[in-house]
Write a protein that binds this ligand. Structure first.
Ligand code: RM4
Ligand code: MN
Ligand code: MN
Length: 432
């Protein structure tokens, strides 16, 4: 079987060759169109090129549902191999220079070597994720009835210690943030005291917060339900914001797009968290019904655009404390994870480009003049413009692939992995 390393600059350049002329002509045509609207295409391209998103280490393996998991070929068997796949994603898209790890799934006895492995592949480390929603082999106390909010102080202490372990590992890796998501909650009314569970959460997270280095941030991730199906302790952005404000200036709220009820207006949540100066970052994915963890922009691209529209508004307004971390959090059950993650990274850039080309002045005037139709149309015009040539140009300018999925398939990487990585991987993952 033919194989070429998709991370090799010469391979990417040769894959780009056949598409370069078409891109140049599409880019010129779009440039002319945008020029008529008073927009300089090169400025948008440069801005798009700066948008970076972290790849979740747990996303490069095949996910699953509670009904089963159908492993793909050549899945990474450990965190070092996961980084190899992450490097492919980054080299082909030029958009994902960091990886977000999840402990204990990515535990290794040599984090220094892992950092060096990452550096050799051109990768750094984004937020560390703790896991107190599962029991691990050999674990002393169970999280069956909760972790940071458990009624037993010893279980809470164990969960706090695990979060501190994540900080310690993250320091070696050069990470600057800890994301805390807990599955704690109740499946039945009456099961837990709703108020006291939240108080125990605050008490536990205070100890974690105290262990955060000065230049770190703590991201509090809310989720409406699952695995707790009646009530979740940090169920919404209100609880998340209260916790962040109680903990202190290093605590921020993280918005996972899939963690809300269907039809919730997430862009309003984003606007409110920007106002509160507590928007820490995102877990991007898409969903139709629940925490489906589908590829970003695959179901509701307009919603993704509206979220980026708020981010662009905040950027232009120079909102204080505004430096959201962009991370993907997806589960790939029926696609090649590398292809899905590349596609999602590109969809974020698409939404950003669409938001950047919105005529802000016209939008402002339509709003002030209560010209509702024109306001809606002005915004929609950004969304309906095909910005693909901008995204491809941004990639090509930095030596990434004009068409990442095509280049990836051409390289034969997955087939090579199937040969190189025999055996059954048993990585953490599943419903994420
Ligand atoms: C949760 C949540 C967390 C992720 C886990 C695996 O639903 O999205 O961010 O760490 O799944
Ligand atoms: Mn998440
Ligand atoms: Mn989730």
């Amino acid at each position: 079987m033919n194989y070429a390393d998709p991370r090799d600059a010469n391979f990417i350049a040769s894959a780009n060759q056949s598409q370069a002329a078409a891109l140049a002509s599409d880019y010129t045509a779009l440039g002319v169109q945008l020029e008529r609207r008073g927009i300089k295409i090169d400025e948008i391209t440069r801005a798009v090129a700066t948008l970076k998103v972290a790849v979740p280490s747990w996303g490069v393996g095949t996910g699953g549902t509670r009904f089963g998991r159908f492993p793909g070929q050549g899945e990474p068997r450990n965190v070092f191999e996961k980084l190899e796949d992450c490097a492919v994603i980054h080299k082909l898209t030029g958009a994902t220079p960091t990886v977000s790890l999840h402990l204990p799934w990515d535990r290794t006895d040599d984090f220094k070597a892992l950092r060096e492995h990452g550096a050799a592949l051109g990768l750094g480390f984004d937020a560390m994720n703790s896991n107190t929603f599962q029991d691990q082999a050999g674990q002393l106390l169970s999280y069956k009835y909760g972790s940071l909010t458990h009624t037993d102080a010893a279980v809470r202490a164990q969960a706090v210690a695990h979060n501190i372990e994540c900080i310690v590992a993250g320091k070696i890796l050069g990470s600057k943030a800890l994301t805390v998501w807990i599955g704690d909650g109740a499946n039945f009314p009456g099961q837990s005291h709703l108020g006291r569970a939240f108080e125990r959460y605050l008490e536990s997270t205070k100890s974690i917060y105290a262990a955060l280095p000065d230049d770190w941030r703590m991201f509090i991730e809310h989720k409406m339900y699952e695995p707790a199906f009646y009530a979740t302790v940090i169920q919404d952005w209100g609880s998340s914001l209260m916790a962040a404000q109680t903990l202190g200036p290093k605590a921020y709220c993280l918005v996972d797009l899939g963690h809300h009820a269907p039809n919730v207006n997430i862009e309003v949540i984003v606007a409110r968290l920007v106002h509160a100066q507590r928007l820490g970052g995102f877990h991007f994915n898409d969903s139709k019904y629940g925490d489906d963890d589908l590829d970003a922009g695959s179901i509701e691209p307009f919603r993704l655009f509206l979220v980026f529209n708020e981010l662009v508004e905040a950027e232009l307004a120079k909102a204080p404390n505004f430096k959201p971390a962009h991370m993907l959090d997806q589960s790939h059950n029926v696609t090649d994870p590398v292809e899905s993650l590349m596609t999602s990274a590109i969809e974020l850039q698409r939404a950003y480009a669409q938001a950047l080309i919105v005529d802000r002045q016209a939008l402002h005037e339509a709003r002030i003049g209560n010209d509702v139709l024109m306001a809606a149309q002005t915004l929609k015009r950004g969304f309906t413009t095909d910005v693909s040539p901008i995204l491809a140009q941004a990639r090509s300018a930095k030596g990434a692939a004009i068409d990442p999925v095509a280049a990836y398939r051409k390289s034969g990487y997955r087939g090579k992995c199937a040969e190189m990585r025999p055996g059954k991987p048993s990585l953490g993952g599943g419903i994420v």
